[in-house]
Design a protein around this ligand. Structure first.
Ligand SMILES: [Zn+2]
Length: 302
């Protein structure tokens, strides 16, 4: 099975739907939407956490708060609940045919290009992240601009999700949990907001439950694909993204597919990457901003 780290492109249309569902084929509404059918989604965190989080050791609670925000909406109008499974030593993402397939959250702290040999087989099937416990999914592709990736494994016929794991890029991002003030690059200190974990995770959990990116012009959407240094707005789930929970996972009813009938299983992988862009004079982030704009414009023309 191949796992691809995709930078999801934007589709700029005339209208601005409050949320966009993920499909079996990216942005192809003729294919089934992705959704869970289980009453409980158990999730786990890697016990390794992120040694560089500021303040130290606060990443675990920040991740919990992100799930709790979504849980609050599911409690109001949804048909499933999140269950924290605790800390585990596991370091592999994606669907493991013979594994336990826990829905795992973990931080990668090493670059694959630094730790995986150039001729390693894992580059072929983009599995070096698992083999070498590192960040970087494709040989020669610069992953510095991606804050996190959600790997979702689903049935390609029915869209039913079986497993979803979240990797955070602790190689290139300084993860924090403070509420203020915003770090002013390049003077990142220990007492400011750089890349907020809850902000990042609330967005990634949106992918985990089947949301795709919204139009970037929906400035307050949790599912907007970019984030700037110091951003906290995605911690609060916008009303559009919240309405997805009620519509796709209606309380007392089955989860809603987009195309019927739902046909039997054939597993497929999916990965959603999320890009970041800093607003200040932080060179890599400024480069990222330019790249993102170029991709958006390309999407608008096609
Ligand atoms: Zn994303």
């Amino acid at each position: 099975m191949k796992i691809a780290a995709l930078m999801l492109a934007l589709t700029l249309g005339q209208s601005f739907p409050p949320y966009v569902r993920s499909h079996v084929e990216e942005r192809d509404p003729s294919t089934q939407c992705l959704f869970w059918t289980v009453p409980k989604i158990a999730w786990y965190q890697s016990s390794a956490g992120n040694p560089r989080t500021q303040p130290a050791g606060t990443e675990f609670d920040a991740v919990r708060r992100s799930f709790q925000r979504w849980q609050a909406i599911f409690s109001q109008c949804g048909n499933l609940s999140f269950e924290e499974g605790g800390l585990v030593d596991e370091r592999e993402v994606g669907y493991l045919p013979n594994g336990e397939n826990r829905n795992l959250v973990l931080f990668r702290t090493k670059r694959c290009m630094d730790v995986a040999p150039e001729n390693a087989e894992c580059w072929e099937d983009q599995s070096c992240n698992n083999t070498y416990d590192c960040w970087g999914h494709k040989k020669g592709v610069d992953d510095r601009l991606t804050i996190a990736v959600t790997f979702t494994t689903y049935d390609t016929n029915s869209g039913i999700i079986y497993d979803s794991d979240i990797e955070l890029n602790a190689v290139n991002y300084h993860f924090t949990t403070m509420d203020s003030p915003v770090c002013m690059p390049p003077l990142i200190t220990t007492d400011c907001v750089s890349t907020d974990i809850q902000n990042t995770m609330t967005h990634e959990i949106g992918h985990l439950i089947g949301l795709d990116h919204t139009d970037d012009r929906l400035a307050e959407s949790t599912m907007r694909p970019s984030a700037q240094t110091g951003e906290l707005t995605k911690r609060t789930i916008d009303s559009g993204s919240a309405s997805y929970v009620c519509a796709a996972y209606p309380q007392g009813k089955p989860s809603q597919a987009c195309i019927h009938p739902v046909t039997p299983p054939e597993l497929g992988p999916k990965a959603a990457g999320c890009a970041a862009a800093g607003a200040q004079a932080w060179l890599p982030a400024l480069v990222g901003w330019a790249l993102l704009l170029a991709r958006r414009r390309g999407g608008a023309r096609s």
